[in-house]
Design a protein around this ligand. Structure first.
Ligand code: UDP
Length: 247
């Protein structure tokens, strides 16, 4: 057995990680790239549950702005996450990582239904569990699903792998002088309106239940592997740290 800081992780990846150079949808090469990153931690015997978003295909809020009823738009968004889950399953199995997809919306022809104890058993047996359809209910996003699943599956940490290498004091895409936090309290993450890293619901649930959240850039080097090994990358959000900017 190898020694990693975290034994069981909930990895939240946005749908955009599957988009590659396309304007929209799923790029198989990008999916393979994500799979290779996950394999790096899988071979270290880390138990992995993945919550996949759907933003590369459909986001409920955008759909509702275009005239679709919000709840219906959100269900369409959840279906997008199922498509992504299947694409990720395909990529992971191509690199030799056994998987199961579980969906919070029942879809027995393509995925198991989400059953908490079964998901935990899959992980114990060395399967990566891909959790699709978020929470299964509208008006929230997959970040909330990630927080819920991290808690109920007794994960050590919620890792949110994004395009940005951590949480900044202001949007780094708009402000070149934005500074990254190395550690951040949940209180500051929730109270500072300039910080838009996750839904407030997801942050509040993680905070109330002491589930630490790590935010880092997925595609940079071996970041996921480093994160599970305990190397300080990105931003670590917890009730047990002080808010500090990176050095
Ligand atoms: N969604 C939902 N309930 C959930 C999870 C997701 O209604 O529990 C819908 C929501 O419309 C969301 C869409 O699915 O916009 C896609 O998920 P998300 O926006 O979280 O994807 P990401 O930004 O992570 O790619």
């Amino acid at each position: 057995m190898s020694h990693t800081r975290f034994k069981r992780i909930l990895l939240k990846i946005g749908g955009e990680s599957l988009i590659g150079d396309r304007p929209y949808g799923i790029d198989p090469t990008a999916a393979m790239n994500v799979a290779e990153h996950i394999k790096q931690v899988y071979v270290k015997h880390v138990e992995v549950a993945v919550v996949i978003g759907g933003g590369n295909i459909f986001r409920g809020i955008a759909g509702s702005k275009n005239g679709i009823e919000r709840a219906t738009a959100d269900y369409i968004g959840m279906l997008a996450t199922v498509m992504n889950g299947l694409a990720l399953q395909d990529a992971l199995e191509k690199v030799g990582v056994p998987t199961r997809v579980q969906s919070a919306l029942q879809m027995p022809a393509v995925a198991e239904s989400f059953i908490r104890r079964k998901a935990m058993r899959h992980m114990e047996k060395g399967r990566v569990v891909i959790l699709a359809a978020g929470t299964g209910v509208p008006y929230v996003t997959t970040d909330t699903g990630a927080s819920l699943h991290a808690l109920e599956l007794k994960c050590d940490v919620l890792m949110k792998a994004t395009k940005v290498d951590g949480i900044y004091d202001k949007d780094p895409a708009k402000h070149p002088n934005a500074k990254r936090y190395s550690t951040l309290t949940f209180k500051d993450a929730i109270e500072n309106e300039a910080i838009e890293v996750m839904d407030t619901a997801a942050l509040a649930m993680s905070s109330e239940n002491n589930m630490p959240v790590m935010v880092f850039e997925l595609f940079k080097g071996d970041n996921l592997l480093k994160a599970v090994e305990g190397v300080e990358i990105g931003t670590y959000v917890s009730n047990d740290v002080e808010t500090k900017l990176a050095g």
